[in-house]
Design a protein around this ligand. Structure first.
Ligand code: NZQ
Ligand code: ZN
Length: 392
């Protein structure tokens, strides 16, 4: 196991009705004049936004609303949010929604106290200050409710890039699994795929002697394999929703990834798809992650076979462990198909002829990137081609 530092300062408030406590928690964490940030309407339609507003009013907290965050959140609304916060003297940002709303809130939080362009933080610069951010989560997926990351798309040129800082880790996150019962099956499955991908990005490592994090990863994956079909079949199943919601947070605070090298190429490769086609991040991962696994399989076949045995229940072929590893990947694809995810470019709405443009935007030139396996631009093109033509 490698040396590590683990910092997860978020206060998680989990369970039925907890959204009615939002005002109390804002006050506890020092907010008095809030930017209430939300998406394109689900929180309004469900009545959630009204309940959150009432809880702020009960505590005498003033607020300004900024809705309209789109999935794959855009820089344009972030600029608007920064100006709004400055003009209204906002001291706290409350994101009510999913990863997109939370990431947009985090971008605004970094941008408000900064003199330059907030996009600098998405090109490698570290922020020195940020407004406090908190969340009321409505979808189990990105893990942004517990992460120090934010992913934003620049409208001009369609660049999707990430920023990371402990300053944007949410002060608190309210997580009521009941709120996720209104999610359509497709969004539920996209979220589940993203959660599993966050674990696989960490599971495939060259670091040895990492039993504790291996086992934590496997626990999250086995939970997702059991619970996802239950909520697809029965969207109102509170207990299954609750298990998935907490799995999504555990998958991405990095508690399952500390002390080990991680990969993250599948995420980078996927982000170009959601930037170009505006598809859901989880759906893009369903197409990319098994393709990446196929491409890197021979690099550390025993680790791939370990996943196949412990996660997918395959029998170990000691003579030819590669067969076991490949069977694990096949079972992953079949699982994704069973929950309604696309498995190739056509099903996602992507085009094979766009691959050179996708690789170009990925932007590594002659360099290499990745933790488990370092990839060149040519390797990435090959992975897109595997993804384009995948079949079951
Ligand atoms: O906008 P509304 O109307 O709220 O609709 C949303 C949106 O259309 C809908 N939705 C959310 N909660 C709902 C609901 N519909 C009905 N009932 C509910 N309770 O779901 C749609 C998707 O929402 P979105 O926030 O985009 O989903 P998700 O949480 O998957 O976030 C995706 C974004 O997070 C980024 C992705 O790249 C993508 O941009 N990621 C962020 C990470 C992070 N910050 O740590 C890590 C991830 O790897 C990921 O890259
Ligand atoms: Zn993700």
């Amino acid at each position: 196991m490698d040396n590590f530092q683990f910092y997860s300062p978020t206060e998680f408030v989990f369970g039925k009705g907890t959204e009615n406590e939002a005002g109390r928690y804002v006050k506890k964490h020092g907010g008095s004049n809030v930017l209430l940030h939300f998406g394109e309407g689900s929180a309004v339609k469900s009545g959630l936004l009204d309940r959150v507003k009432s809880s702020l009013e009960e505590q005498g907290i003033t607020y300004t609303e900024l809705g309209g965050v789109k999935p794959n959140p855009r820089d344009t609304l972030v600029y608007e949010g920064i100006e709004l916060c400055r003009s209204k003297g906002i001291d706290f940002i409350l994101a009510v929604g999913g990863g997109s709303v939370i990431d947009s809130a985090k971008a605004i939080a970094m941008g408000v106290p900064y003199d330059g362009d907030f996009w600098d933080f998405y090109c490698g610069k570290s922020p020195e200050a940020a407004l406090p951010v908190a969340t009321v989560l409505t979808i189990a997926a990105a893990g942004s409710e517990g992460s120090g990351d934010s992913v934003i798309t620049k409208e001009e040129g369609g660049l999707k890039r990430g920023a990371g800082s402990d300053l944007i880790r949410p002060r608190f996150s309210i997580m009521d699994p009941e709120l996720t019962c209104t999610l359509p099956a497709y969004q539920t499955a996209c979220g589940a795929t993203d959660i599993m991908a966050h674990v696989f990005e960490r599971y495939f490592t060259n670091t040895t002697e990492v039993e504790i994090t291996d086992r934590l990863c496997e626990a999250v994956l086995l939970t997702m394999i059991k619970e996802t079909p239950r909520v697809i079949a029965d969207p109102g199943n509170y207990q299954a929703r609750a298990n998935i919601m907490w799995a999504g947070t555990v998958a991405h605070t990095n508690i399952v990834g500390v002390g080990r090298e991680q990969d993250w190429n599948s995420h980078g490769i996927e982000h170009e798809l959601s930037a170009l086609y505006d598809c859901a991040h989880g759906a893009g991962l369903a197409v990319i992650m098994p393709a990446w696994m196929e491409f890197v399989c021979s690099h550390n076949v025993l680790r791939m076979a370990q996943a196949a045995v412990r996660v997918w229940g395959c029998e170990m072929d000691f003579e030819r462990p590669e067969n076991t590893a490949r069977e694990g990947i096949a079972r992953f694809r079949r699982f994704l198909r069973s929950i309604g995810m696309p498995i190739n470019f056509a099903e996602l709405g992507a085009k094979e002829e766009d691959i050179p443009a996708l690789v170009e935007k990925f932007g590594i030139g002659d360099g290499r990137t990745g933790g488990f396996v370092e990839l060149s631009a040519e390797d990435i093109a090959k992975i897109y081609h595997i993804a384009a033509n995948a079949q079951i």
